[in-house]
Design a protein around this ligand. Structure first.
Ligand SMILES: [Zn+2]
Length: 86
């Protein structure tokens, strides 16, 4: 079976994590966007249409790793993600 191109060893740090759906906010003040950890879609609060998503899933305990809605749906079973309350 051919592995999905988006899978690059994320199991080592993302398996079993809690993720919550949220509007994008910067992890640090000087960051203006993030990328989906799987497909690299751009996630930001940019309103000019440049961002692929303004809202996405983010690791609930550290707000650090972002996953776009499509990849969340595609991989949530494989990774055993828990959808956390906001
Ligand atoms: Zn994605």
């Amino acid at each position: 079976m051919v592995e999905d191109w988006r899978l690059m060893g994320q199991e080592s740090y993302l398996a079993g994590r809690s993720l919550r759906f949220a509007r994008w906010t910067p992890y640090r003040l000087d960051w203006d966007h993030d990328h989906c950890d799987f497909c690299s879609a751009e996630i930001s609060d940019d309103q000019t249409g440049h961002a692929d998503f303004n809202e996405a899933w983010v690791t609930a305990d550290d707000d650090y790793t972002w996953v776009c809605p499509k990849c969340f749906n595609d991989f949530r079973e494989r990774f055993g993600w828990i959808a956390a309350e906001r």
